[in-house]
Write a protein that binds this ligand. Sequence first.
Ligand SMILES: Nc1ncnc2c1ncn2[C@@H]1O[C@H](COP(=O)(O)OP(=O)(O)OP(=O)(O)O)[C@@H](O)[C@H]1O
Length: 262
Amino acid sequence: MNNVPEPPQPTAPDAVRAAGLTVVRGTRTVLKDLHFTVPRGRITGLLGPSGCGKSTLIRAITGTQAKVTGTLDVLGSPAGHPTLRSRIGYVTQAPSVYDDLTVEQNLDYFAAILEPGRAAADRRREHVTRAIADVDLTTQADALAGNLSGGQRSRVSLAVALLGTPDLLVLDEPTVGLDPVLRRDLWNLFHELADRGTTLLVSSHVMDEAERCHRLLLMREGHVLADDTPENLRTRTATDTVEAAFLRLVDEADDHTKEPTR
Ligand SMILES: Nc1ncnc2c1ncn2[C@@H]1O[C@H](COP(=O)(O)OP(=O)(O)OP(=O)(O)O)[C@@H](O)[C@H]1O
């Protein structure tokens, strides 16, 4: 089992702190009274089956979800606070790139929105070059986004999110549809970013990706089943993998709800 070494304990407060967090969508309560934290400078995996509420939680953290109640603090401010806009990078499941622009033109465009004006031109150039290199697309910088593969387009989206050097990077299922080599490269990049001090929250329903995280939030049916390190989860459930640990916790939760009331 590949244990991810814990980086030194950060002294800064948690990047995200939720208490009694509840979200209603339509007539359904999709997130139910969640309590958890996301530590700074680490990779936290948000894992759980399809429909358990991962995207809804991500939307709440990025301030794009309505009907959020309870406490949800992000980088020391309430979620959705205007000062958080430039401090959070959010990569949605669908790549947000312009097909008729090249990779570099896409990045130039978003860089100009983040930092307009001639005075910032040199800094923008630096940021665009760095973001393209970070996602390993330097050789495709002049290719039209519309001609790229699905995985390459996702990486353009990630590069856009990296432009502002965000303190918190939130990625909704970033490795869907990527081949194993690209998935490995992307996870290496996530670790590099965490080493540079960025906090990452990465959702996935692929349990083997959990082993690559420093910390995990395991979700099921709108609840947080566990908030722990992969190692602690395996140890306390006496299992060899996070997937087995998750299944054990699901069974325990089911047994608990089935217990007869006395
Ligand atoms: N507008 C809505 N009205 C009512 N229920 C909704 C609405 N949007 C989403 N839901 C429900 O909320 C639940 C959580 O959805 P969400 O997209 O957060 O799950 P997810 O864990 O991200 O799933 P996936 O991994 O498939 O993307 C789902 O059961 C979904 O059906």
